[in-house]
Design a protein around this ligand. Structure first.
Ligand SMILES: Cc1cc2nc3c(=O)[nH]c(=O)nc-3n(C[C@H](O)[C@H](O)[C@H](O)COP(=O)(O)OP(=O)(O)OC[C@H]3O[C@@H](n4cnc5c(N)ncnc54)[C@H](O)[C@@H]3O)c2cc1C
Length: 422
């Protein structure tokens, strides 16, 4: 192997892998390659919101981030209205959340991935390359693919999503049960409905302003928001899940089932319309939300995990991609500060030390936020004032971060480990 640069393989070409690759190609002494298992790079799902905090880390990690976001056609999330959806006070407005500072951006996942990949040289991107095995030893890591080929790298970074193979290597198979992703206690059904149709069913008054509407109620949360210049409306029903299927398979939704679980909502302003729109889908269905409650480590020697492979979370606080961007930002800083294969395990140790505490705190906060938003927090219940007091400060765990300090601490951990202090 004549390459004098650090050779790094990223496994998985989703948002985490593509963001990280864009960070690492900026570093002259790093050669990065991205391996994706599917025949084409693609992203499932409609849109994500990149909060003000996510936009900051994105720009720190990739200086051209504002241009990238512009090319995706991202639109500002102007405001959110939270309304009580069930019970005697149904219809009461809990809060009108405007924007102080930079608004979040609603970004199409597909467009974001497309733009990130367009900045990478084609020759470092591989499709139909499913990782099947990692053989690590000494300063090199061999990776084997399903097609029978293999390759050797100085480091391997798993960005291969919630059911990551690289995670199994890092955390160890003995710990499979305890450290695997597991149901978080909710399922949801997300559907894209043509704008005029959604408006006629849900009612004009909830379409007057360009905002997100969230309905908090007994055992569930309902939401609708406008995408793609008001061409479509994303309609979401999220429900407390008591009987999660073991394999995260699709849950078929029927009229009987939906009217039973939303029985306390039916006299309110939103549930009947949302049930109608959901049942009008070709295959009305929902999926369990899963999360990584606990992870032993994000790194083992020359292998580490990022994005959903390390810390998948529920969508209640909308920061899964935000955490993946932060991972890329921190790894960028660490890789700029090592130049030989011998520094890699120290960099990955520093990454684990910096990232795991923060990410697990956010995972747990998001799950608890879901319980509140589904009206099942014992102290808050369906009390409008208590919602106001308890809900909004929950975003502090995400936003109260100084990225200068976070990066500096990562570098200190790296130095400590390199000098044998850890
Ligand atoms: C409903 C919902 C709403 C959300 N909303 C938001 C939001 O508003 N804001 C936000 O910040 N986040 C949000 N998130 C979270 C965000 O979508 C994820 O955190 C992010 O997309 C994860 O990206 P990833 O690249 O880590 O994983 P993935 O997107 O799962 O990508 C993993 C990639 O690895 C590939 N792969 C898997 N196995 C292998 C293998 N063995 N070999 C090679 N390749 C492999 C896969 O094919 C895939 O392309 C939301 C999530 C959900 C479910």
């Amino acid at each position: 192997m004549a390459e004098s640069r650090l050779r790094i393989a990223i496994i998985g070409g989703g948002l985490a892998g593509a963001t990280l690759a864009n960070v690492l190609i900026q570093i002259p002494h790093v050669a990065v390659h991205v391996y994706e298992s599917t025949p084409e790079f693609s992203s499932r799902g409609a849109a994500i919101v990149l909060t003000n905090t996510s936009q900051k880390s994105f720009q720190r990690a990739i200086p051209s981030a504002p241009d990238i976001l512009k090319k995706t056609g991202a639109v500002p999330k102007n405001s959110t209205q939270l309304i009580l959806g069930s019970g005697p006070e149904a219809g009461a407005v809990i809060a009108d959340l405007g924007n102080s500072g930079t608004p979040g951006l609603v970004v199409s996942r597909f467009s974001l991935l497309r733009e990130l990949l367009s900045l990478l040289p084609k020759e470092i991107l591989y499709t139909s390359k499913k990782l099947t095995k990692i053989i690590a030893g000494g300063d090199y890591v061999d990776i084997l693919f399903e097609d029978g080929t293999s390759s050797q790298f100085d480091a391997v970074i798993g960005a291969d999503g919630i059911f990551s193979s690289v995670r199994k290597h890092v955390v160890g198979t003995a710990a499979d049960e305890a450290y695997s992703a597991s149901p978080a206690g909710f399922w949801d059904s997300r559907n894209l409905i043509p704008y005029e149709k959604a408006k006629s069913v849900l009612g004009e008054e909830y379409f007057k302003l360009d905002r997100q509407y969230g309905w908090i109620g007994d055992g569930a949360f309902i939401m609708h928001e406008f995408l793609e210049d008001r061409a479509v409306v994303q309609c979401v029903i999220s429900v407390i899940e008591k009987d999660p299927p073991k394999d995260r398979r699709k849950r078929q939704l029927t009229k009987e089932y939906l009217t039973e679980i939303l029985s306390n909502w039916l006299d309110g302003p939103i549930a009947k319309g949302m049930i109608e729109l959901t049942l009008d889908q070709p295959e009305p269905s929902g999926y369990s939300q899963w999360e990584h409650k606990l992870t032993l480590t994000y790194a083992k020697d020359h292998v580490c995990i990022v994005g959903d492979a390390a810390h998948s979370m529920t969508p209640w606080q909308g920061f899964g991609a935000g955490m993946a961007i932060e991972d890329a930002m921190v790894l960028g800083v660490l890789f700029r500060n090592i130049s030989s294969p011998q520094g890699i395990s120290a960099a990955f140790k520093a990454f684990d030390a910096m990232r795991r505490v923060r990410c697990e705190r956010i995972i747990h906060s998001s799950q608890g936020t879901g319980v509140i938003m589904c009206g099942r927090n014992e102290e808050v219940g369906l009390d409008v004032d208590k919602f106001r007091q308890s809900l909004f400060s929950r975003w502090d765990v995400i936003d109260a971060i100084d990225y200068d300090v976070h990066e500096q601490e990562a570098l200190e951990k790296l130095r400590e480990t390199l000098t044998g202090g850890n």
